[in-house]
Design a protein around this ligand. Structure first.
Ligand code: MTE
Length: 449
């Protein structure tokens, strides 16, 4: 179709472009849909400075275009009845936008990760069916009538709640990001993966609803003086237990819902812990017990796993906060620019310590920076969407984003991070990501100091 090569669009990379073993997994059609085409045209058309950038020149002339001149089948036939699909599904034209596993990353899929397709998201909310998944021993669909939450340890009135008990309590709804501590972990040493889905896709953002932890601790008459650490335990077979310092307690939610509906089984149905700003492993799913104690537990997932390998071979423990980070999601690795001219550079920024204050974007590998527009809402410990107008001159470019949070922390360059952390770590890589745009418009993952 002629439409496919319309200048100014971003289309998936041709087959030959991706040369890694993940080739078959790449979402080749993530941005290649009529709906996005339409949306891109209408929103870009509204943006200031568009005319100056010459975007209008790329729009098809209406003259002779059958798609606008002729009556289409959907305008001349009866549509589907209501409730033909009692639970709504995406359009058939969006079928390639899915979570993807990285073959060979783990020995079995039940103890693996499915990455969220960040390249196809708009705004900041992750659709429930595309939230990333990370399980240590597979997911379960637990009957809520048989699920219980115990509170014990340094409490005067130990409790066991049913789901009905919990859902009668005062609830709150808050928007927060969740990022696995291992997100971007494959990038420590070399350029490992080709697309943003695999570099940054262990990241999602939802509105979570549940009861504040404080309500439950008060109900159980927690020992405020001696109770300094909380142990959270999951009900699955992975023996997932995590120590959480009580300084974080005020923001923690014991949640049953995300994005307005009950949690999905993959994400902990019927109950999970929401620990804003903290790495995903502490967001214990299928939550069954909270124990208050006076010291950290040193559980297996805080001694063997989720520790940072430092250059001297020592392991750094309990580094739970996800530091300030950002990534450009469009254009990003595996995509291709078709024709010079106007593009909307778009991405996500977040900080486990608070709000995003600013995002700078460079198109020349970090020599010059411009501040991006931060789209509202800009919330604490939540994804922030940023956008920047860019007129591509058709030549080579290196796209980077650099986030700054409201503590003043600046997202580090890869070389700065490696100088402190070495290259043998798995966790907490929050370095600036670089996407190289080649002369022909192909976008690929590169490491720039
Ligand atoms: N909780 C239990 N009970 N079992 C698990 O395997 N995985 C953890 C955490 N909570 C896990 C768990 C990890 S490592 C992460 S990153 C997040 O859940 C992932 O949450 P998600 O699958 O909802 O994205």
């Amino acid at each position: 179709m002629q439409e496919r090569n319309r200048p100014g669009r971003i289309v998936p990379a041709p087959q030959h472009f991706v040369s890694t073993s993940l080739q078959q997994d790449i979402d080749r059609h993530g941005l290649d849909s009529p709906r996005r085409d339409f949306l891109r045209k209408s929103f870009l058309g509204a943006a200031a400075g568009i005319a100056a950038a010459g975007i209008g020149r790329h729009a098809l002339a209406a003259d002779g275009d059958p798609a606008i001149l002729e009556a289409q089948p959907w305008a001349t036939s009866l549509g589907q009845p209501v409730a033909a699909r009692p639970y709504g599904q995406p359009s058939v034209y969006e079928k390639n936008l899915v979570r993807r596993e990285s073959p060979g990353l783990t020995r079995v899929s039940a103890a693996s990760v499915a990455f969220a397709p960040l390249q196809g998201f708009f705004g900041i909310i992750t659709p429930n069916g595309l939230h990333f998944e990370r399980h240590h021993q597979g997911w379960q669909d637990i009957d809520p009538a048989r699920h219980r939450l115990m509170i014990n340890g340094l409490v005067k009135a130990p409790r066991v709640y049913t789901m009905d008990d919990l859902m009668r309590l005062p609830a709150v709804s808050r928007m927060h990001f969740i990022e696995c501590g291992a997100n971007t972990g494959m990038e420590w040493g070399n350029v490992a993966v080709p697309t943003v889905q695999y570099t940054h896709g262990m990241l999602s953002c939802c509105e979570f609803t549940g009861v504040p932890l404080r309500v439950l601790l008060d109900d159980a008459r927690a020992d405020q003086r001696r109770g300094r650490y909380l142990l959270a335990e999951g009900g699955d077979g992975s023996s997932m237990t995590r120590t959480i310092p009580m300084e974080l307690a005020d923001e923690i939610i014991v949640a049953w819902a995300m994005n307005g509906e009950m949690l999905r089984p993959e994400n902990g149905y019927p109950l999970r812990l929401v620990v804003p700003g903290v790495q995903g492993v502490s967001w214990v799913k299928w939550l069954r017990r909270l124990e208050l104690g006076d010291k950290p537990w040193n559980a297996k997932d805080e001694t063997i796993h989720y520790v940072d390998m430092m250059p001297d071979g020592m392991l750094r423990q309990y580094t739970s906060i996800q530091e300030c980070k950002s990534v450009i999601t469009t254009p990003s690795g595996g995509q291709q620019l078709v024709g010079k001219g106007f593009y909307n550079i778009s991405g996500l920024a977040w900080s486990g310590r608070g709000r995003i204050r600013r995002v700078d974007v460079s198109t020349d590998g970090g020599r010059n920076w411009r501040s991006a527009r931060l789209e509202s809402p800009v919330l604490s410990k939540c994804l922030t969407r940023f956008n920047l107008d860019w007129v591509w001159d058709g030549g080579p470019a290196i796209l980077q984003s650099r986030a700054i949070d409201d503590t003043g922390y600046v997202q580090p360059k890869l070389a700065q991070l490696r100088a402190v952390r070495g290259t043998r770590s798995i966790y907490h890589n929050n370095a600036i990501q670089s996407w190289q745009v080649a002369q022909g418009g192909e976008v690929s993952n590169v490491h720039v100091g």
